[in-house]
Ligand binder design. Structure first.
Ligand code: HEC
Length: 675
């Protein structure tokens, strides 16, 4: 009886979303300074521009993780020795950036996303579970009500397990064409689809009237890519969604666009809508919800309210009653200005929380520009005066609108650690300004040169000068050895496919990119349905940087924040990360961009890597924010660590994958413990 009970309890625990809290307390604030490297595993899979965003999963002393090429490796948690490895691409060379942020676990099986496939493997052997889907995998492009072959999506974050259901979302293209962001539950045993929730509602479903009547057939996005949270006891899953595609101009999608940019509470067993909150109506700022929500409990007037906290790219924390969706802090309605773009109907109002205070600055002004050097300041000031800078929801403009915090937050995908003992939520944040500029499309005549095609369809991501914004949007200057034609035709990752340009169009673009040959071609007849010929594009994903490549604003450029969810007050807020070259010149504690979250422990610590440029892994005192210990990783620790125990010894392990903001890539996992 007793064993059976324990087994059931363990299964429930293992199925829960990996919490960013650990009850372990062998490592404490008094001994953390004695941490040493326990082991390092080098996958050898890194390549130029690669990253590792995976948070490992540890079960029974075995650590499961993915490499930059998304090989799954099982490592002995005490020694780092490889037990087995599984390649979801079956030997096919991997040359483009891959993301898979972790695993779901059910009944001895591991589930993870690689490209558009959801895989099931046996955690003991690393072999495909043949009873699941088509010989161990489910093609997520199927069942969206569109031609599967033309869908471009990747399952970048694990979903959640509820009973025998795997509830998942995916990343899709942020330009059109793009897939509809259906939230789906698959049978964990067989891979069969059990329910779908349409984030772009079909006729007859609530919210359908917030889109053009036929939008559900052709529009895309409103997808959930950063992960979810599930309340096992209540049977509720909380799903954060992103923008509708195209991210920056919505003239073809008038309306609020429910359930884009929303936190949706669904009945986990059936997929039925319970409540939702929309953070941005009719988004044209790329304000995806960038991180999984966090299950928290809030103490109010002697009562404890189970709640769900959602952090945003704009630097806000919203806290809702899990059952009713009611906000536990006051909200305000703000009036927002209209768009200068033809055909764009922005919502006249948006909603922001009055409390907690935002964890990032909200509006860039002249006083906030860089003072790193007089030249950098003068240059930043000159450019800043040409831009439009206002509060949140200042519309995209032709002169360039300052988006602050930028397209990468504020909060990002690493997630926020929550300490149930103290009610403290740990939020690491970017604090960079980006410039969003609208550019009218070409006039859409039937004849076109390759260069015109490039500027119309490609420059909003790869930029007019083809330098892109690596690593997210690669440069297209040296494409030797790449299958350019196939990428253009079929798309890749966040890039949509361009087969609709016809064979001549695709070939002309390929020639243009390879040799600069600016051929004139006849375009195929415009497609009837998709709204790919929008009136505007943007000139790229541009960070507001100075001439030396540092942020053109005054620090902090990244922060770490401890928020008490009971009071809505911050216990501490510190700059997070450094540029080693600036630190060497005495410019310290600037904070930098950072990706990947932290884990808080009962031992009084916050473990976090995340900072892009200094490659540091940090241990902070969770109650004061005092740095207790740090070490330099082989590459940036841009992922969330895992804290675990093997044979009575506590370890913390993190991926060192680098590759962010142009930093070198790595392919290692490193574990630390007391000697
Ligand atoms: C919505 C943004 C977006 C648009 C529009 C876009 N791309 Fe891309 N492109 C990307 C991203 C992101 C990648 C990297 C994909 C990956 O591997 O994850 C990429 C990759 C590529 C690559 C492969 C580069 C390499 O080094 O492997 C080529 C070639 C390319 N794009 C060409 C084009 C062309 C030509 C167009 C216009 C017809 C275009 N792209 C439009 C986002 C975009």
């Amino acid at each position: 009886m007793r064993t059976a009970f324990l087994l059931i309890a363990f299964a429930a625990l293992a199925a829960a979303q990996p919490e960013l809290y650990s009850p372990l307390k062998q490592i404490t604030s008094s001994n953390a300074s004695r941490l040493t490297k326990a082991w390092q595993f080098d996958s050898g899979d890194e390549f130029k521009g690669s990253e590792i965003q995976c948070r490992p999963l540890v079960i029974d002393g075995v650590l499961y993780a993915t490499t930059p090429k998304l090989r799954v490796v099982a490592l002995d948690g005490a020694s780092g020795k490889q037990l087995w490895s599984f390649d979801p691409f079956f030997g096919k060379p991997v040359t483009s950036k891959q993301r898979s942020r972790g695993f779901m676990h059910w009944n001895g099986r591991l589930y993870f996303g690689a490209g558009h496939q959801l895989f099931a493997i046996d955690r003991k052997t690393g072999q495909l579970v043949t009873e699941f889907g088509d010989n161990g995998r489910v093609d997520l492009r199927q069942g969206l009500g569109r031609d599967p072959e033309t869908q471009r999506l990747q399952m970048t974050s694990p979903g959640v397990v509820y009973n025998d259901l795997l509830i998942v979302g995916f990343l899709t293209s942020e330009g059109l064409p793009s897939s509809p962001g259906d939230i789906r539950a698959f049978d964990a045993r067989t891979g069969k689809l059990r329910w779908s929730f349409h984030t772009i509602p079909h006729p007859g479903e609530p919210g359908h009237d917030t889109w053009p009547a036929d939008g559900w057939k052709t529009l895309g996005g409103a997808n959930s890519w950063p992960g979810m949270a599930v309340d096992q006891k209540r049977g509720l899953v909380f799903v954060p969604t992103g923008s509708a595609a195209f991210d920056f101009y919505g003239g073809n999608r008038p309306g609020d666009n429910l359930y884009a940019n929303s936190l949706i509470a669904l009945n986990a067993a059936t997929g039925k809508h319970v409540w939702h909150f929309q953070f941005v109506k009719h988004d044209v700022w790329d304000r995806d919800l960038p991180t999984a929500p966090v299950l928290v409990s809030v103490k109010r007037n002697g009562r404890t309210i189970d709640a769900v906290a959602q952090c945003t790219k704009s630097g806000h924390v919203f806290v809702f009653n899990r059952e009713t969706g009611e906000s536990l802090f006051p909200l305000e309605t703000v009036k927002t200005p209209p768009s200068p773009a033809d055909g764009e109907q922005l919502s006249p109002t948006q909603t922001l929380p009055l409390q907690p205070a935002p964890f990032a600055r909200q509006q860039l002004t002249e006083e906030m520009l860089t003072r790193r050097t007089p030249e950098a300041h003068a240059d930043a000031l000159k450019r800043f005066r040409t831009y439009r800078s206002g509060p949140q929801f200042t519309p995209p403009s032709f002169e360039g609108t300052v988006i602050f915090p930028g397209f990468d937050g504020g909060a990002e995908w690493g997630g926020q650690a929550y300490d149930p003992e103290t009610g403290m939520l740990y939020i690491n944040s970017n604090e960079m300004a980006w410039i969003l500029r609208l550019v009218p499309q070409g006039d859409g005549t039937r004849k076109s040169t390759a260069a015109q095609l490039y500027s119309r369809h490609c420059s909003s991501c790869h930029r007019e000068d083809r330098k892109g914004t690596p690593p997210e949007f690669p440069a297209l200057l040296n494409l030797e050895g790449k299958n350019v034609e196939e990428v253009i035709r079929k798309g890749a990752g966040r890039m949509p496919g361009f087969a609709f340009l016809g064979d001549a169009g695709v070939k002309a673009l390929t020639g243009f990119l390879r040799t600069g040959d600016n051929k004139e071609i006849e375009l195929p007849a415009p497609r009837q349905s998709a709204s790919v010929q929008l009136k505007y594009r943007t000139d790229g994903y541009n960070k507001f940087l100075d001439a030396d490549g540092y942020p053109a604003i005054a620090p902090p450029w990244g922060t770490l924040n401890a928020l008490n969810v009971n009071t809505g007050q911050y216990a501490w807020q510190i700059p997070f990360g450094e540029f080693p070259d600036l630190a060497a010149k005495g410019m310290r504690n600037t904070g930098t961009e950072n990706y990947g979250g932290g884990v808080v422990t009962a031992g009084g610590l916050l473990f976090i890597g995340a900072t892009n440029h200094d490659r540091k892994f940090h241990v902070f005192d969770k109650s004061t924010g005092k740095l207790l210990w740090e070490t330099t990783l082989p590459a940036g620790g841009n992922a969330t660590p895992v804290v675990y125990e093997v044979k009575g010894k506590q370890y913390v392990a993190i991926a060192a994958g680098g590759g962010k903001s142009g930093a070198p890539s790595g392919g290692s996992y490193v574990a630390f413990a007391l000697p």
